[in-house]
Design a protein around this ligand. Structure first.
Ligand code: PEP
Ligand code: MN
Length: 347
């Protein structure tokens, strides 16, 4: 249930509502908007529901609204229809701010990572991506540099000032990944790894959750709910293509996911055109389509020499061509009122 406060509600009245929700066995999530404050009541005991309903008569309360969706904190109702703007390491994403996350599929070496990161900084990418732990379909494929890869990412961050997005696959690596990651990536194959999601929620580090290969949008939102319910509000959703019968592309990019998710959630939505396409030549048109459909950003793979890449070479954009690519995508985003926000902290 959600308690909508009156626009002139006092801080004491809001706190009184929070206490009553807690007395009813629930957790209160306060969302302060420009006009009104909303208090989400999550996990209220069946016995306490009536008491929460009765809050409608309390001073400062406008109304009590049931949240009909199975996901609560992720729902658009939770913010009264407002898109969330996340601010991560001085970069904004959501609420009109378009963010680009770019870098190699995987950290292969110091030189490959650093040279890519420098180019990404120079073309005004907001976040640098790169996997140190790689979820590979074959156990015989390169699995990532692990700790050594994290150390290279740390150096890339130190030199370029770019915040790092990197994947966490295993709860045993939470601490090590959190030391470097500004955003923890949850890979498509781990979208329903609930203990992992819970640990990320507890860490408080922002999370980017990729849609599972065969996951519905509701399942994606429930995955986000696992992170949010631990008190971590910084969750980005990612559409990265789903499995269909089509084989000409690696996956089928579900463009409709962008406007549909916009109807359902306040969380920012980014699109990964690289894994959806599996082919470099399709990355630009898919990125432009995503931007024009209202995505809050893109996460894209790029490599200085894609033909030598250890993994996902065919889909990685040549780093030297990234700037020209990105300007076209940003032009498409601008058509629907989304523009990169200026960095608000010194790099
Ligand atoms: C990746 O981003 O490198 C990746 C492995 O993506 P996904 O989990 O979407 O397959
Ligand atoms: Mn990849």
């Amino acid at each position: 249930m959600m308690i909508v406060m009156k626009s002139d509600a006092t801080e004491e009245q809001i706190q009184a509502v929070v206490s009553r929700v807690q007395q009813a066995g629930g957790r209160a999530h306060v969302s302060a908007g420009d006009e009104v404050t909303l208090v989400g009541a999550i996990g209220v005991d069946p016995a306490g529901r009536e008491a929460v309903g009765e809050l409608a008569a309390e001073p400062g309360v406008d109304q009590v609204v049931p949240i009909s969706k199975p996901y609560k904190l992720a729902s658009l109702q939770m913010t009264g229809g407002r898109e969330s703007t996340l601010e991560i390491a001085g970069r904004k994403i959501g609420g009109g701010a378009f963010a680009t996350i770019a870098g190699p599929c995987t950290v292969e070496s110091y030189d490959q990572t650093m040279s890519t990161a420098r180019i990404m900084r120079d073309v005004d990418v907001q976040f640098f991506r790169g996997g140190a732990y790689k979820p590979r379909s074959s156990p015989y494929s390169f699995q990532g540099l692990g700790h050594e890869g994290l150390e290279i990412l740390r150096q890339a961050k130190e030199e370029t000032g770019l915040p790092i997005v990197t994947e966490l696959m295993d709860v045993r690596d939470v601490e090590a990944v959190c030391e470097v990651a500004d955003v923890i990536q949850v890979g498509a194959r781990n979208m329903q790894n609930y203990p992992l999601l819970t640990e990320i929620g507890k860490s408080g580090v922002p999370a980017l959750i990729k849609r599972g290969l065969s996951a519905t949008l509701e399942e994606l939102l429930m995955a986000a709910e696992y992170v949010l319910k631990e008190g971590n509000p910084n969750v980005i959703l990612c559409e990265r293509g789903i499995r269909t019968y089509e084989t000409t592309t690696r996956f089928t990019l579900d463009i409709a996911a962008v406007p549909v998710l916009k109807e359902l959630t306040h969380l920012p939505i980014v699109v990964d055109p690289s894994h959806a396409a599996g082919r470099r030549d399709l990355v630009l048109p898919l990125s432009m389509a995503a931007a024009a459909a209202g995505a809050d950003g893109i996460i894209v793979e790029t490599h200085p020499e894609p033909e030598k890449a250890v993994c996902d070479g065919p889909q990685q954009i040549r780093a030297s061509e990234f700037g020209a690519y990105l300007r076209q995508v940003e032009a498409a985003a601008a058509l629907v009122g989304r523009v990169p926000a200026p960095v608000s902290v010194p790099a």
